[in-house]
Design a protein around this ligand. Sequence first.
Ligand SMILES: [Cu+2]
Length: 134
Amino acid sequence: MVRRFPASAVAVALVATATACSHPPSAAPPPMPDMAPMSTAAPASPAPAPVVGTAVSIDNFAFTPATLTVHRGDTVTWTNHDEEPHTVTAGDGSFRSPGMDANATFSFTFTNPGSYDYICSIHPVMRGTVVVTP
Ligand SMILES: [Cu+2]
């Protein structure tokens, strides 16, 4: 009888300790999700990057980029990625490609600053512009 009492006391103490440990103080409240509205955060999607280079892709009956800015003296190269033939025909006649079959290319060197509108003479709804800076 004498030995069992301390054993029980130890057991109770262990249980009490375990109980205490199973209830740690909530020192870290969960962050409030409504404190950081994600809708106003800066969009992670890529910004419309300025068009660089001197290449225009003809794809799906469209010139891409529709407006290309180059420097005086640059040579612009169009590449037809469609199966359909296309042309690159300047509105002012300053340049004019032959019919371009699939994967054909056409290049033109712009020696004068200005804005050059062009179309595909086969599909006049296809329009593009080359802006030549001094
Ligand atoms: Cu065309």
